[in-house]
Design a protein around this ligand. Structure first.
Ligand code: UDP
Length: 339
């Protein structure tokens, strides 16, 4: 590439937060930008809070890049530190939200929720009302959101305050999926201090090679749209009781299923039990002709694209929801932990 070509090439620093659910959309965004001939530095730090706390340290690294940056695309949880660096460097700064628009609006509303609304809630209110949007039932809101002192909420609070100063918010969603929320925010009926929302979903999925995957021969043998996929994200583990309930329900349902079972939470040093200990050898024996249970990482986006998959029982992490939408797979939603 010649020097003049390199100078005109968009040079965009992508700054994700920690966790697969955050990294996945950033990797997809990277794939998309690379196909448009962008040059992309991609700094990562492992832990969620550490990423947020350290984000202001990125300034010298970004300032030293050649050619100079054209823009920064940063995760919402580093909006504050990266926003300041972007102002100093004089580059455009876009926030990438890895959630739904509705969840983004709830996060943007946190400064009010944790202050003036807190008193109303203490007096028994049952709904959160953001003007212009369908009210949120209190039961659907993650409990930490009611406490400004909670580490997760404090991290979000310090970063959502920076949202009004960025050049736009890039969202992995699309108009016909969230028309009401998009119209309320775009037309300034709700959260009028937010910058332009850029719904660029469905994000392209990059190619993964699942040809070697252990489950593939079994999936290939199943009739079209006959298998239910059960997978509950990258972070959470169900309790043993929930796992046993699910096991019994699956057996009684008589359906074919592929169950991606996580028995331990991410980043936790816990002893891993094997499948027989958790589910019982009799269950595995009785269902072996019509089911597959896996305790390993599967390439979920590719499994969802397999012709044998006809349904998806999901915890409704936003990436999973978008992957199901992309592949036209109906979801039986079992939201967990605020998703
Ligand atoms: N995922 C995967 N294999 C697994 C578990 C998860 O490929 O065994 C991917 C899934 O396709 C999605 C991401 O990890 O892209 C999880 O993000 P999501 O927002 O659905 O849930 P989270 O893990 O953040 O709760």
């Amino acid at each position: 590439m010649s020097i003049s070509q390199e100078a005109s090439q968009p040079h965009i620093a992508l700054f994700p937060s920690a966790g697969i659910g955050h990294l996945m959309p950033f990797l997809r965004l990277t794939t998309m930008l690379l196909s448009h001939d962008c040059k992309i530095p991609f700094p990562t730090i492992i832990r969620f809070e550490a990423t947020s706390r350290s984000s202001h340290l990125i300034h010298p690294l970004l300032a030293s890049l050649t050619p100079p940056l054209s823009a920064i695309f940063a995760d919402l949880v580093v909006a504050n530190g990266v926003g300041k660096a972007a102002v100093d460097l004089g580059v455009r700064n876009y926030i990438v939200s890895t959630t739904s628009l509705k969840f983004l609006s709830l996060m943007a509303y946190l400064p009010i929720l944790t202050t003036s609304d807190a008193a109303k809630l203490a007096n028994g209110a049952h709904k959160i009302e953001i003007t212009g949007m369908t009210p949120f039932p209190i039961s659907s809101i993650p409990p930490p959101f009611f406490s400004a002192d909670h580490g997760f909420t404090a991290t979000l609070l310090s970063n959502v305050k920076a949202l009004p100063y960025c050049n736009g918010i890039i969202m992995n969603t699309f108009e016909s999926f969230e028309p009401e929320s998009l119209s309320a925010i775009k037309n300034k009926r709700a959260l009028s201090n937010l910058p332009t929302i850029l719904p660029i979903g469905l994000l392209e999925t990059y190619e993964l090679n699942i040809n070697q995957a252990r489950y593939l021969p079994w999936l290939n043998d199943q009739p079209a749209e006959s298998v239910v996929l059960l997978s509950f994200g990258s972070r959470t583990a169900m309790s043993k009781d929930q796992i046993r309930e699910l096991r019994d329900g699956l057996e009684r349902s008589g359906h074919q299923f592929l169950w991606v079972l996580k028995t331990k939470k991410v980043d936790k040093d816990e002893n891993e039990e094997d499948l027989e200990e958790i589910l019982g050898s009799l269950f595995l024996e009785r269902t072996k002709d019509r089911c597959m249970v896996l305790k390993e990482w599967v390439n979920q986006q590719d499994v969802l694209g397999h012709s044998a998959i006809g349904g998806f029982v999901s915890h409704c992490g936003w990436n999973s929801v978008m992957e199901a939408a992309r592949n036209g797979v109906p979801v039986l939603a079992w939201p967990q932990h605020g998703d």
